[in-house]
Ligand binder design. Structure first.
Ligand SMILES: Nc1ncnc2c1ncn2[C@@H]1O[C@H](COP(=O)(O)OP(=O)(O)O)[C@@H](O)[C@H]1O
Ligand SMILES: O=C(COP(=O)(O)O)[C@H](O)[C@H](O)COP(=O)(O)O
Length: 298
């Protein structure tokens, strides 16, 4: 937890909506005039797409599973080292994993490959992570301990599978069968590495559809924001202004003392109302750490 170089992480399974959420968070950073260094969790994969296909076949021949969710396919030590480096110095390295032709062509590369490692920009206000493992903890590594604000993106699983299947088939060129076997192959790692994170998050945003998603494999489209509610769970946060949030967000209500429910169409607005003051507090702590005083007006 760094006052001097804060780290914000949005973590969620494949198809959960972390990339989509990043647009909302980047909007907040712009509104607060903050420069954010960004890293993507997929860039800590150990293998390119073709290499991973070989690893999957090798594992199957040995009666084992490998998935994009687990430690066999992700360098958690390097991810922890990156968080530690930024936490201590505000510096680090990043690269990108290119999922689509639109992402790959500007680098003159093929989808499923990595860009070269580069230095993060200098003098940034914070590090922003979006991906699968922003709060991962294993016997060997603890990424979560460096994160100042850990946000979970956790749609109910039928919705998450619908989002992944439709995105992976329409944007990434995968067959429906390939996505289904990827989901099945990932189940062990899903429970060992992905879901435990959501008990460590400060806030979880859980989109719950109000339309039928009983057979995700047959879904033809993704339930829209207005066909859902969002369950927002707060953990270990004392000064959440629930009366203010309930006044500001039409149709919102409390389902538990730490849980706000908002209409799906208000998810972006709710995120902005909730996360903006938390980021401002992180920046105040950073300012105090750097200068020993707060700017006028605070
Ligand atoms: N709140 C939402 N409402 C509707 N569709 C969403 C929402 N969040 C994500 N999606 C859709 O779900 C799919 C996966 O989202 P994405 O952000 O790519 O997930 P991730 O980056 O976590 O794998 C995309 O097609 C995206 O448009
Ligand atoms: O698990 C994920 C994470 O990505 P996301 O969170 O964006 O779903 C992807 O399946 C892998 O990165 C492989 O990607 P690809 O199938 O493009 O090789």
């Amino acid at each position: 937890m760094s006052a001097k170089h804060p780290i914000i992480a949005v973590t969620g399974s494949s198809g959960a909506g972390t990339s989509t959420t990043t647009k909302a968070l980047r909007h907040i950073f712009r509104n607060l005039d903050l420069s954010a260094a960004s890293i993507e969790g997929d860039s800590y994969h150990r293998f390119t797409r073709p290499e991973m296909e070989v690893e999957i076949r090798k594992a199957q021949e040995q009666g084992k599973h490998i998935s994009y969710f687990g430690k066999e396919a992700n360098d958690f030590a390097l991810l922890e080292e990156t968080f530690k480096s930024y936490h201590e110095t505000g510096q680090g390295k990043f690269r990108r994993y290119l999922h689509t032709f639109d992402q790959a062509v500007p680098y003159n590369q093929m989808p499923g490959t990595f860009t070269p490692w580069q230095d993060l920009p200098d003098d940034t206000d914070l590090l922003y992570y979006e991906g699968l493992h922003g709060g991962v903890v294993t016997d060997e590594n603890d990424v979560a301990k460096y994160v100042d604000l850990l946000i979970g993106l956790v749609p109910i699983v039928n919705l998450e599978w619908i989002q992944k299947i439709i995105r992976d088939t329409s944007d990434r060129g995968h067959s429906r069968e390939a996505v289904m076997s990827s989901i099945i192959r990932s189940m062990d790692d899903y429970f060992n590495y992905i879901t435990p994170q959501f008990s460590r998050t400060h806030i979880n945003f859980q989109r719950v559809p109000t339309v039928d998603t009983s057979n995700p494999i047959s879904a033809k489209d993704i339930p829209t924001a207005d066909e859902s509610f969002v369950v927002i769970r707060f953990r270990g946060m004392k000064d959440v202004n629930f009366p203010f949030l309930l006044r500001m967000i039409d149709g919102s209500f409390m389902s538990r003392i730490n849980t706000l429910v908002v209409p799906g169409g208000k998810m972006g607005f709710a995120m902005e109302l909730i996360v903006t003051p938390l980021i401002e507090k992180l920046m105040e702590k950073k300012q105090l750490h750097l200068t020993g005083s707060l700017p006028l007006g605070l």
